[in-house]
Design a protein around this ligand. Structure first.
Ligand SMILES: [Fe+2]
Ligand SMILES: [Fe+2]
Length: 158
């Protein structure tokens, strides 16, 4: 059974961010499977640590995108990231020490924060960045194409 099933409805229209979200889903699935299948809670904690490390990198990437685009909600969004990470670390510590082995509760927590954050905060961010015409990734691609003598097929390819 797949708990964290990726569908196109979850995509927010930014190639790199969608790809990172997809990876978070895969890592979240590994956490849930280890919680359910394993009697050894430290394995689940290890998967959760991997999930947290990737979430931290993903959040940095989004914050770089927001800051470089001048997104007006960047500070609020970054605070949301920080509070999600703090909650994740708290859950991870509990799982590691065997204080939270309620797999259903942890699955709901992971699923809710992924879906709610992506569908509300991240979607708003990407919509705004796209409404401004481009983002860091686009500019980088455009510069590379100019250097190689090719013009971009479209000014907004996200
Ligand atoms: Fe995100
Ligand atoms: Fe985000």
């Amino acid at each position: 059974m797949i708990y964290f099933k990726w569908t196109s409805a979850i995509e927010i229209g930014h190639v790199e961010i969608d790809s990172q979200h997809r990876r978070l889903f895969l890592l979240g699935e590994a956490v849930v499977e280890s919680l359910i299948d394993s009697v050894e809670h430290k394995l689940a904690a290890t998967h959760l640590q991997t999930f947290i490390a990737y979430a931290r990198e993903h959040f940095k990437y989004e914050e770089m995108q927001m800051n470089s685009a001048g997104y007006p909600q960047a500070e609020r969004h970054a605070k949301y990231h920080a509070s999600l990470l703090a909650e994740l670390v708290m859950h991870c510590n509990k799982v590691h020490w065997g204080q939270n082995t309620d797999s259903e509760a942890l699955t709901s927590f992971l699923w809710n924060w992924l879906i709610l954050h992506i569908d509300l905060a991240d979607r708003d961010m990407v919509d705004w960045i796209k409404s401004q015409g481009s983002d860091v990734e686009d500019k980088r691609n455009s510069n590379l194409q100019q250097l190689s003598g090719n013009s971009p097929a479209s000014p907004t390819t996200v």
